[in-house]
Design a binder for this molecule. Structure first.
Ligand SMILES: NC(=O)C1=CN([C@@H]2O[C@H](COP(=O)(O)OP(=O)(O)OC[C@H]3O[C@@H](n4cnc5c(N)ncnc54)[C@H](OP(=O)(O)O)[C@@H]3O)[C@@H](O)[C@H]2O)C=CC1
Ligand SMILES: O=C(O)[C@@H]1CCC=N1
Length: 278
């Protein structure tokens, strides 16, 4: 059981998913604190999860052992520099911001030897079905690596990457990935309704099929390709559908989309890694 006091800086979409997952994993609400300037967002977090919320940096930071930076990448430099004078020496920094490198964060914090873990989680963390990749800077101790891992493992799968550059690919695959599957669900539901199915029937059939396919692929010893072939009877219905999808360039589309997302992560890192005051 995690005993640490966790402070989130930023309480938006991704912080809410992580907090919801941690609470569902039975972390006591008293251990979770959020600093969030938006009144409505802040109040909803307090009401939904019973956690303590603040509108600005607070003395709660003094006892924090884990500080999770969950602001937009564009805000990160300003936020880290503003926290520098009050940064507790014992705290492990975990940043979930897309693109931003640990050495840039270390320079902005300007405290020698700060342990920084970069995490790329995803929103299914809310239902403890997240997938998170972690990267630690060399100042991070084994105990701090374990701490970061146990926080993220409470909300789903954790994978370490040892090359920070790979975080851009991770961002494009699992960070952004839920949106691709939600888009496919939207498209399938719309098509089902075009064929005359009632909205709720279309929704349930599409979602349960997506869930079943993911569960089966996770639990099976077969590859996704083999499982697909098992559905595709020669001369049958699936074959026609797959033909349409492949004719429409599905593989190329996914490749382009994922490369574009990874390049955007790299671009964010380069653009926003520059010091604002130089
Ligand atoms: N959404 C996702 O699926 C994922 C997001 N991420 C990363 O998580 C981070 C947050 O993304 P997301 O949750 O979507 O963004 P949101 O905009 O939903 O949340 C960020 C929150 O931080 C608040 N904020 C701004 N400045 C401060 C400050 N100084 N102190 C405290 N809070 C502040 C924002 O308020 P205001 O609106 O007023 O600026 C906002 O409510 C990003 O860096 C993103 O790259 C990573 C993985 C997945
Ligand atoms: O879209 C974004 O930039 C963030 C990072 C990964 C998911 N959402």
């Amino acid at each position: 059981m995690i005993q640490d006091k966790i402070v989130f800086i930023g309480g938006g979409n991704m912080a809410r998913s992580l907090i919801g997952g941690l609470i569902a994993d039975k972390m006591p609400a008293e251990q979770i604190h959020v600093i969030e300037p938006q009144t409505e967002t802040r109040q909803r977090l307090a009401a939904d999860f019973g956690i303590t919320v603040y509108n600005a940096a607070d003395t709660v930071l003094e006892e924090a052992t884990v500080i999770i930076l969950a602001v937009k990448p564009q805000m990160l430099q300003q936020v880290i520099k503003s926290l520098s004078p009050v940064w507790p020496p014992q705290a492990l920094m975990i940043s979930i911001a897309a693109g931003i490198h640990t050495d840039d964060m270390a320079r902005w914090l300007n405290h020698a030897g700060t342990a920084i873990v970069r995490a790329m989680p995803n929103t299914p963390a809310l239902v403890q079905a997240g997938a998170t990749a972690l990267f630690a800077n060399t100042q991070t101790s084994t105990a701090q690596r374990q701490l970061a891992e146990s926080v993220m493992r409470a909300v789903g799968l954790v994978i370490w990457v040892e090359n920070e550059q790979q975080m851009d690919a991770v961002t494009a695959i699992s960070g952004s990935g839920p949106a691709y599957f939600f888009l496919v669900m939207e498209a399938m539901q719309a098509a089902a309704m075009e064929l005359g199915l009632p909205e709720e029937t279309a929704r349930l059939l599409c979602l349960e099929t997506a869930f079943g396919a993911a569960k089966m692929a996770l639990e099976s010893k077969h590859s996704a390709a083999t499982l697909r072939h098992q559905v595709t009877s020669p001369g049958g219905t699936t074959e026609r559908a797959i033909h349409e999808l492949e004719d429409g360039g599905l593989h190329g589309l996914f490749e382009n989309a994922i490369v574009a997302a990874a390049l955007r992560a790299r671009e964010l890192g380069h653009q926003l890694g520059q010091d604002n005051d130089t």
